[in-house]
Design a protein around this ligand. Structure first.
Ligand code: SF4
Ligand code: SF4
Ligand code: FES
Length: 520
């Protein structure tokens, strides 16, 4: 627990964390000091002067809050007339050459320049000379579009490429009102985290080619989620909307702060993985290749289960812990072999030691914690002996060539319980559509052994069932979330004394308590 200190803001005593600068210290207790160039992940640059505050202790009349550590007993002034004047003056300076783009700017609604103009300026322009003309719609590469005229030259994007990705593609060239951000000739943005400059940009100077003009941001609903693009489990905000007469769809993923997992950023592949939540989905139950009512298909599945002497089950390493528990209980009830074989989800050498992992699955650690066998040999031997394979969302075409998969499945009936219509699903005799991870609640354990819970993010017009519910329909005895959590408590000791809704927002670090518990 960080040390606390007391200081005064506009004469009111507040208790804040020691060791932070004034922006972060008082920001944490709900007092906003306006700022443009400072970002907690990039440090203080001190170039925008928007954060100037007064300190009543004999130092210069105004100091930048981003470069001033919070100290016990400090008397900070935010609302004095001379501070309001400087905030107004900085806004006027920023807006001298700023185009009147708000109606067509993607950042409108989440733009610091708009917010601060309304809060501190609200004055008409006094300029009667032509504005400086700079580059518009510049293709910076990696899906980033730059507008030099909207830029307030805060340098966040430049510092991100220097300090975080260490690729240095961006620079600020020229001076004074001709200063502008640019790429070096022939060297576009080419790092795997470039999309973060769009989030970092406090104004509409960096926009995403993928998101531009798709939605006005004030229409978007926001849901907290966990990226399932790899084993890191980065925290994301799912921005979604249901337009009139249409379905609820996702328009973008953005990073959500979790100091323990991903900090402030996500990778570009994860950012764009929202598309797979919208597209390529299995939406109808099928018997053979014909669509049938789900109840008919479930009844046919039950008949197949009764008929089969030997059954094998396979799970996706992306399934939540709760889904794994429900399917594990089903396997036990059916006397079936349960596998988590999924080598094809691993891309050796793709991880970068920062966020991106080789393992493109969100919950392989969960398979280990529940003691689920993941070996290829055991999976293949079980399939060869079984008359029926029930596949819970494991895209086997990631691990096998289609022809090899067909050979392996010869003589075995397949029930695919699947969120997506993959070539593997097309090989199944029966197919049941289920929700994907943005549409159900659950928990996953990441590559650093951090257990994170997530809530259901969006509801479709025809909400599909969670795998847990389908497992129950097929015979799993774990009918309620409480029963599934109880089974997880047996396997994961850190959960023993916890209520399901008491998993910390930053995740539960299992490292200390679970190391001895992993059985596979
Ligand atoms: S493009 Fe955005 S982040 Fe980069 S310097 Fe300009 S305003 Fe700042
Ligand atoms: S690093 Fe992995 S979990 Fe994080 S955003 Fe990228 S794909 Fe998603
Ligand atoms: S935030 Fe302090 S000078 Fe820009």
């Amino acid at each position: 627990m960080a040390d606390k200190i007391k200081l005064f803001v506009n004469g009111v005593e507040v208790e804040v964390e020691a060791g932070k600068n004034l922006i972060d210290a008082v920001g944490a207790v709900g007092i906003e000091i306006p700022h443009l160039c400072y970002h907690p992940a990039l440090g203080a640059d001190g170039n925008c002067r928007m954060c100037l505050v007064g300190i009543e202790d004999g130092r210069p009349p105004l100091v930048p809050a981003c470069k001033t550590p919070a100290m016990a007993g400090m008397k900070v002034l935010l609302d004095a007339a001379h501070i309001k004047k400087i905030q107004h003056d900085v806004m006027e300076l920023e807006l001298i050459n700023h185009p009147t783009d708000c109606p067509v700017c993607d950042q409108a609604g989440e733009c610091k320049l708009q917010d601060y103009y309304m809060a501190f300026d609200q004055a008409e322009s006094r300029m009667n000379v032509p504005q400086v003309v700079k580059g518009k719609k510049m293709d910076f590469g990696a899906g980033v579009v730059h507008d030099q005229e909207r830029c307030v030259v805060c340098g966040r994007c430049v510092r991100f490429c220097r300090q975080i990705t260490k690729t240095g593609e961006l620079g600020i060239i020229n001076r004074t009102d001709d200063a502008r951000v640019n790429i070096f000739p022939g060297r576009p943005l080419s790092n795997r985290y470039a999309g973060n400059v769009v989030d970092l940009c406090p104004v509409g100077a960096m926009t995403s080619r993928d998101f531009r003009f798709k939605q006005r941001v004030w229409f978007l609903k926001k849901a907290p989620g966990i990226c399932h693009g790899c084993a890191k489990g980065c925290n994301i905000t799912i921005d979604h909307n249901r337009e009139k007469y249409k379905d609820d769809i996702i328009y973008r993923f953005r990073p959500r702060l979790n100091e323990q997992v991903n900090g402030y950023f996500i990778c570009d592949a994860g950012r764009l993985s929202y598309k797979a939540e919208n597209e390529g989905r299995l939406t109808e139950a099928r018997l053979g290749n014909k669509a049938r009512p789900i109840d008919d298909v479930l009844a046919a599945c039950t008949r197949e289960i009764e008929r089969a002497e030997k059954i094998a089950l396979v799970l996706s390493p992306n399934c939540s812990l709760e889904q794994m528990a429900a399917v594990q209980a089903l396997a036990e009830k059916l006397g079936a072999f349960l596998s988590g074989y999924s080598d094809g989800y691993i891309k050796p050498g793709d991880g970068d030691g920062y966020l991106i992992q080789d393992d493109k699955a969100a919950n392989r650690a969960g398979l280990g914690l529940l003691g689920i066998d993941c070996s290829r040999e055991a999976f293949e031997s079980a399939v060869q002996q079984a008359q029926l394979l029930i596949n819970f969302n494991n895209d086997l075409t990631r691990s096998y060539k289609e022809s090899d998969l067909k050979k392996l499945l010869q003589g075995t009936k397949v029930i695919a319980v699947s969120s997506h219509d993959t070539p593997g699903t097309a090989l199944a005799d029966l197919a049941i559509p289920v929700a994907s991870y943005s549409e159900y609640a659950g928990s996953v354990v990441n590559c650093d052994n951090i257990l994170q819970s997530f809530a259901k993010g969006l509801s479709k017009n025809n909400d599909l069932a969670d795998i847990c519910a389908i497992a129950v329909q097929l015979g799993s005895p774990l009918g309620s979330p409480k029963e599934r959590f109880a089974l997880l408590q047996q396997s994961i000791s850190a959960l023993k004394d916890l209520e399901p809704d008491k998993i910390p927002a930053q995740g539960l670090n299992l490292n200390d308590s679970e190391a001895a518990n992993v059985t596979a």
